[in-house]
Structure formats: C-alpha cells, structure tokens
Design a protein around this ligand. Structure first.
Ligand code: NAD
Length: 254
C-alpha cells in the first residue's frame, strides 16, 4: 500500500479530533512474526484454546500450559516491533490525546515507545502466583523452571500474567478503556478479529458515542459494516500510510 487517501468526511473528523483510541489485536504483531489466534495460519488452527488458555487447562495440565507459554515468551523475546507499532507510536505526536488499548500480551507497543497504553489481556512479561498473587519476571521464572510452573514460597504455582478465556479483565484497566472509547472522536481498530468480548465491545461504545471508525484488517470483521473507512491490507503497510495521511491532514504545511 503506497498511499491512503482519506475520504472527505473522514478527513474532517481527523482534522478536528482531540481524543483518539487505537484498539489493537494480534494482527498488528503478525508482521513481527508472531502468530494470530484466528485468521489464516492462526495458532488456533493447530491448537485448541480450551486445552491451553483457560484456568481449567492450567489445573488439569500445568506443565503443558507452562511449556506453551514458555515457547510463546521465547517467540516474543526474539520478535521486534514492526512498522505498524511504529506508526501507532508516531500518532502520539499528531493528536492531543491518544490512548492505545491492546489485546496483545507481547509488549511490542511498549517496546516501540507508546506511552499511553492499556494492556487489556495482561502481559507475557510477568508471572504471578495463583495462590498469593505474588508477581515476578516471567523470563526469570522460565529460566528457573522451563518445564513446569515454579512453586511460590506459599506453595502456589506461578502462572503467566495474561487473562485467560473465562477470566475477568483487570477492572480498572477495562474501565479506563471504556471511558476512552465512549469519549473519543476517532477510533482505529487494527488487526483484531473483534470477536473476543468484552474487549470487542469497545468498538460498539465508540460507535454509540459517534466516533469516526477506521478498521485496518485484510479480512472483514463483524464490525466492518459500521466503519467510516476500511483498509483491507496488512497493518505494517496500512498503518504507516494512514499515519502519513493523518499527518498531512493535521499539518497541511509540512
Ligand atoms: P485474533 O487472532 O482473534 O484475530 C487476528 C486478526 O488479525 C484477524 O482478524 C486477522 O484477519 C487479522 N490479521 C492477520 N494478519 C494481519 C495483518 N498483517 N495486519 C492486520 N490484521 C491482520 O486476534 P485478537 O482479535 O487480538 O484476539 C484476541 C486474543 O488473541 C487476545 O486474547 C490476545 O491476547 C490474543 N493474542 C495475542 C497475541 C500477541 O500478543 N501478539 C498473539 C495471539 C493472540
């Protein structure tokens, strides 16, 4: 994708927007070499979520779940942010208030310098004890015990610091995300299948608030019909082109 031409109505909304939300999903990290869960070639094509990313799975087979997360941790440690993460971080200079709400657990937005960041599904960077809640560095926990969850001093087991299917999102983080979505003028949904709730409900909140909605995803989602603009291209190509178009729109003399 070489350039993005913003349609007139979208251009007006971009020009006047004060509050912006970028809602990101696994597709944004696809070009960093990290698999998505859904979509072509996603992790779930090869593995069943109920076997790995649930509290029940951890109780039934903690070694298997721990080893899967140790493998994912290693993949993330070897990955680098891609042009999509960089473009999102660049937008911080373009709008007065921008917040990145991510479903990703890979810390790539943080590593590229996005400062106003809400990690809705936690982070692979931390582990915590399933009994006393003590938190520690995930890399150290894996180095100490690569094949099975390390045991805490209280006797509990350390688990990855991510939100599993069937668990609640961190309350305060989700409230902040809802407030941001319900009060923004521009909402970018990038690389998410928009099927995992309650996170996907943020798109509905922004729509009800009258925000201008832009979707970046090669495949359609259940919300594609609501979008004011849809870029059906990989995030690593579409987001830099979109950020360029937004800069031209906000800073017409540059
Ligand atoms: P998802 O796997 O459900 O959907 C990924 C979406 O990305 C699909 O709609 C697909 O069409 C799109 N996509 C694929 N390649 C793309 C690209 N190059 N550019 C733009 N879009 C692309 O992901 P989700 O909606 O984030 O699902 C949520 C769950 O997945 C979360 O719980 C999250 O924690 C977890 N997850 C996170 C990571 C990560 O941190 N990198 C990786 C896999 C899954």
């Amino acid at each position: 994708m070489t350039a993005v031409e913003l349609p007139g109505a979208v251009r007006e909304r971009v020009r006047s927007a004060e509050r912006v939300v970028v809602f990101s999903g696994a597709g944004v990290s696809r070009e960093s070499g990290l698999d998505t869960f859904r979509g072509a070639g996603g992790l779930w094509e090869r593995m069943r979520p109920e076997e790995l990313a649930t509290p029940e799975a951890f109780r039934a087979d903690p070694e298997k779940v721990w080893q899967w997360y140790a493998w994912r941790y290693q993949r993330v440690a070897e990955a680098s942010p891609n042009p999509a993460h960089q473009a999102i971080a660049r937008l911080e200079a373009v709008f007065p208030f921008i917040i990145v709400v991510t479903q990703n657990v890979d810390s790539l937005h943080r590593r590229v310098g996005s400062r106003n960041l809400l990690e809705l599904h936690g982070s692979l960077a931390r582990a915590f004890c399933n009994r006393c809640g003590r938190s520690r560095d995930m890399g150290e926990a894996i180095a100490e015990s690569p094949g099975a969850p390390p045991i805490c001093t209280c006797g509990g087991k350390f688990r990855p610091g991510v939100v599993w299917f069937g668990e609640s999102l961190p309350e305060e983080t989700f409230e902040q995300a809802c407030e941001a979505a319900a009060s923004c003028e521009l909402f970018l949904s990038a690389g998410t299948s928009a099927t995992v709730y309650p996170a996907a409900g943020l798109i509905e909140l922004a729509h009800r608030a009258g925000a201008c909605l832009i979707e970046i995803n090669p495949e359609p989602t259940p919300f594609s019909g609501l979008m004011d603009l849809r870029l059906a291209a990989p995030a690593g190509e579409a987001l830099p082109a979109l950020a360029d178009a937004m800069e031209r729109c906000r800073w017409p003399t540059t």
